[in-house]
Design a protein around this ligand. Structure first.
Ligand SMILES: C[S@@+](CC[C@H](N)C(=O)[O-])C[C@H]1O[C@@H](n2cnc3c(N)ncnc32)[C@H](O)[C@@H]1O
Length: 213
């Protein structure tokens, strides 16, 4: 991507509906009390900043140096205690684990979601949680228009149209369809069901690469 994409994503993350729904997703987890949080595919850093505000020692990684520069600048400007680094998912899976690992709008852009999910689970400390946030199949332009007509979405609401218009509902991530032995999962609806947050918690003895479709 580019500095332009990073700037655009930074504006998207500042839209009220977008920051609110990601904050709600982060707050599905208990307060961090100093536990660690890793956000993979962090973009300009919204989820990591929310995690830091929720009491976690938060860091974010992204393959795109422009995103990481923007995340670092945003965190500094907002006084958030977060760290960001250029790293891809495979590198993260081979590196230091975290108590909570998150990936927002990442699986949808990756070709091999099954392998990506296994790598994300490999980043999670024993007893930890993986948080996945993804638009649902219900995220369409028409649904976005209906939602906005029903209630105000605040500053930057038009970004919801952009988000919905650039989504392919057929490619929506639905973890309900993914059957992974030894993995407990809970689904939460955000933004009136246009977005899903999934909490995935591996049970003792779980092996991420033993996951089956
Ligand atoms: C659609 S954006 C989502 C950004 C942010 N998580 C959000 O929800 O606003 C996907 C992000 O994932 C990053 N990304 C793509 N493939 C990746 C990979 N294999 N490992 C880490 N980051 C990746 C991209 O550079 C981009 O910043």
């Amino acid at each position: 991507m580019s500095a332009f994409s990073a700037a655009l994503f930074s504006r998207l993350q500042a839209a009220e509906f977008y920051s609110a729904l990601h904050q709600q997703a982060v707050e599905l987890l208990p307060r961090g009390e100093g536990r660690t949080w890793l956000d993979v595919g962090c973009g300009p850093g919204l989820v990591a900043r929310c995690a830091a505000a929720h009491g976690y020692r938060a860091r974010g990684v992204d393959t795109d140096p422009a995103m990481v520069r923007r995340a670092t600048a945003n965190a500094r400007r907002m006084g958030a205690a977060t760290q960001f680094a250029v790293q891809d998912l495979a590198g993260a899976a081979a590196g230091e684990k975290a108590d909570v690992v998150s990936a927002a709008s990442l699986l949808a852009v990756l070709d091999d979601r099954h392998n990506a999910l296994a790598m994300l689970l490999a980043c999670v400390n024993p007893g930890g949680t993986l948080l996945i946030v993804e638009p649902s199949a219900r995220m369409t332009l028409r649904a976005a228009q209906t939602l906005r007509a029903r209630r105000p979405l605040g500053r930057g609401a038009w970004f919801l149209y952009l988000w919905a218009a650039t989504r392919e509902p057929a490619r929506a991530v639905d973890l309900q369809e993914v059957n992974i032995a030894g993995l407990k999962k809970w689904r939460h609806e955000l933004l009136d069901g246009l977005v899903h947050a999934w909490l995935l918690r591996p049970e003792a003895g779980f092996r991420p690469h033993g996951a089956s479709r």
